[in-house]
Design a protein around this ligand. Structure first.
Ligand code: IVH
Length: 684
């Protein structure tokens, strides 16, 4: 047979799929590479060439199909088939034994009887849910508020250890037609360090910890960025599966492994709680060996029958518990207390410490929050203190070791003038914060410019703290608007800025002129206005002009914006310094792109919803009003524009039509659960 005939392509493409998938599995899941990078690349390019010739051979699970699709502006809501729960914590072995007793009591067992448990590493990443239909990955979602997450399918597809298709196996039960699998996406320490180093080079502020970096990478609007981030994944539970013949948690993990889903290798079956405690104790010392962050041990009742009997209580299952290790505390001395001035002018006292290593990181500063906090701890300069790092990067002073006092320690007093601009500071009635209220204070301007250029705000790549400091020192900028009139000749004399970087910075500044309104509003640095609130404002007002004309009353009508935030926004807009800055930004050509007004915000923001069939808990009018309240539009006909169909009892032709279209279909219960979910993301 001649080469390049259709049949050869066919066979070869299938063979390449197999080889590449196998190699990726060895590499990303088993951590045992079988192919060299160059060999892998050669096979990959061969497959690409075949697929270019023969697009009909491209299948959704082809290794070439991981990165595809364009950047999105928002993630669609992804309702979970069953809620994604949280875990209760145990902070001591006594609490673990207490939990074991409660489990047995609940199951009607004697105190002396034993239960089999499974111990797993608690991964410190981001919970995700994957839906597979007939073995193919069709949806990836974040946890969100536990009931509704965000659809991140395109991004999840770029994670190499996530199979695009799960494989049946002789040693495991058949794969259900529809199955939702849950697990964790995380980053190794080395990848985390690489990402931060790259960001630093590009003048972008670092991520605080691997979990934040994983979350930031997975929620990228552009899947190509996610693809570059070498995320890893591991799976441990099921959200939904019809007719899956598995009876234990341990059996489930083995099944996952047989289907080609990555699982964490450190799992152990334990005959009783004492063995589970041994596992926890062993990992207290071993956790430092792991190349990723571990957030404790999850102890689960092994039997699914028992799990079902135990059920859940207030968003946590009774059948599982997270054992948490106490944060490592280390003793060191406070050399001095420095005062930092932040973007909003708040003065924050910082303990300058004798450097010590805490949980693998050298710590030389710790936040002291505010003056009252220092009084409460009775902390003095020269004191010996215990510091800890509890997952977060910014360490804290836990307590003063009073027995070390010599009498030479000095009390700290908040300065009455700003340490940077020397203007008087104020502490408002009822507030703990001391502030510098001079809008021209260079410390504030510095922090404002850093925030303005940061990721999530105007995202000016290449403009980092080092560059900003030089601009300020040389008087090249007095505020953020001055960035837009910088000239190349002004940049070239600066340290470490060559021809190419100068061009890059100027291009990046220029490109930021037309960021979406939400980013612009976030970049302004209004008190209490984070990315989420900025998005709500942008969706409500649509344009900068409309926003500038708002009133306190209107601000308060926006769902999820409380009186404090509304007050802070209004105060910001009343201030002539801020108004002038916005005008100046406009005059240098900063025109944020208008956003579509979605009729408010909420669960159904910008979505078109149709009801059909008989609802049992609401009248049709009530249900439609609820959708409108949540920012959506209720219509009566199913069309391509429809996003959701809520199908009540005896739904007929509309349901049938919706099934033909890419429309999310919810039952009345699912609709109700969506509405009842708490609106803010629950933090772990
Ligand atoms: S089981 C209902 N197993 O911990 C139980 N969770 O605090 C569902 N997590 O949202 C979770 N490793 O993101 C389970 N081996 C593990 C885990 C794990 C990490 C996370 C997960 C969950 C959170 C709950």
């Amino acid at each position: 047979m001649a080469p390049d005939t259709p049949q050869t392509d066919d066979v070869r493409a299938r063979e390449l799929h197999r080889q590449l998938n196998e190699a990726a599995y060895q590499y990303y899941v088993l951590d045992q590479p079988t192919l060299s990078d160059s060999h892998y690349d050669a096979l990959f390019r061969e497959l690409l060439a075949i697929e270019q010739r023969r697009p009909d051979l491209i299948t959704p699970d082809s290794p070439t199909q991981r990165v595809g699709g364009e950047a999105v502006t928002t993630f669609a809501p992804a309702p979970h088939r069953s809620p994604m729960l949280s875990l209760d914590n145990a902070f001591s072995t006594a609490e673990l034994r207490g939990w074991d007793q409660r489990v047995k009591r609940f199951l009607g067992m004697e105190a002396g009887e034993v239960i089999e448990y499974v111990c797993e590493i608690k991964m410190d990443g981001l919970a995700v849910s994957l839906t597979y239909e007939n073995g193919f990955l069709v949806r990836g979602a974040t946890r969100g508020n536990g009931t509704v997450g965000e659809d991140i399918t395109l991004n999840i597809r770029t994670v190499h250890s996530v199979p695009l298709r799960i494989q049946p196996s002789d040693t495991a039960p058949p794969i259900p037609a529809l199955i939702e699998i849950r697990g964790e996406v995380y980053l190794n320490h080395t990848e985390f360090a690489t990402i931060n180093a790259e960001n630093d080079e590009r003048g972008i502020s670092p991520f605080a910890n691997p979990r934040n970096a994983a979350a930031g990478s997975l929620r990228q609007k552009d899947p190509r960025i996610t693809a570059a981030r070498r995320l890893r994944s591991t799976f441990y539970t099921i959200g939904h599966a019809e007719g899956l013949a598995v009876e234990t948690q341990y059996g489930l993990l083995q099944t996952f492994r047989a289907w080609g889903l990555p699982i964490n290798p450190y799992v152990q079956r334990c005959g009783d709680i004492e063995q589970a405690i041994q596992f926890c104790e062993e990992w207290d010392s071993r956790r430092r060996e792991l190349p990723y962050d571990m957030d404790g041990v999850v102890v689960k009742v092994n039997s699914f029958r028992f799990q079902a009997a135990l059920g859940t209580v207030s968003r946590s299952p009774r059948w599982a518990i997270a054992f948490k290790y106490p944060a490592q505390q280390v003793k060191t001395q406070v050399r001095d207390i420095a005062v930092q001035v932040g973007r909003t002018g708040i003065l924050t006292p910082i303990a300058v410490l004798e450097p010590v290593s805490v949980a693998g990181v050298v710590v030389s500063r710790a936040t002291l929050h505010n003056e009252d906090e220092i009084r409460r701890k009775d902390l003095r300069i020269g004191d010996w203190v215990m510091v800890q790092r509890a997952g977060e990067v910014i360490p804290e002073v836990v307590e003063v070791v009073k027995t070390e006092r010599t009498g030479d320690e000095n009390e700290f007093h908040m300065p009455d003038r700003c340490p940077i601009c020397d203007q008087p500071v104020v502490r408002r009635e009822g507030e703990v914060a001391t502030r510098c209220v001079n809008p021209r204070c260079s410390a504030q301007i510095r922090e404002q410019v850093i925030h303005f250029a940061s990721r999530g705000a105007m995202e000016i790549d290449g403009l980092g703290e080092k560059q900003i400091d030089q601009f300020l020192e040389r008087g090249l900028i007095q505020d953020v608007a001055d960035l837009y009139t910088l000239k190349k000749e002004q940049l070239l004399p600066l340290e470490r800025i060559g021809d190419k970087l100068a061009d890059n910075i100027l291009n990046a500044i220029s490109a930021s002129r037309s960021r979406p309104l939400s980013r612009f509003l976030y970049a302004l640095g209004i008190r209490f206005v984070g990315e989420r609130t900025a998005e709500l404002l942008a969706q409500h007002y649509g344009s900068l002009e409309r926003f500038l004309q708002t009133s306190p009353d209107e601000l308060e009508t926006i769902p999820e914006i409380g009186p404090n935030t509304a007050g802070a926004i209004y105060e910001f807009l009343q201030d002539s310094v801020n108004r002038n800055l916005i005008e100046k930004l406009k005059s240098v050509g900063v025109v944020p792109t208008e956003q579509q007004i979605t009729g408010g915000s909420g669960l159904f923001a910008g979505k078109v919803v149709v009801f059909t069939g008989i609802l049992t808990k609401y009248s049709r009018e009530e249900a439609e009003a609820l959708v409108r309240q949540q920012g959506g539009k209720a219509t009566s006909n199913v069309s391509k524009a429809t996003d959701y169909l809520i199908a009540g009892k005896d739904a007929g032709s509309k349901l049938a039509r919706a099934q033909q279209l890419p429309i999310k279909i919810l039952t009345e219960e699912e609709f109700e659960r969506m509405l009842n979910a708490p609106s803010e993301e629950e933090s772990k």
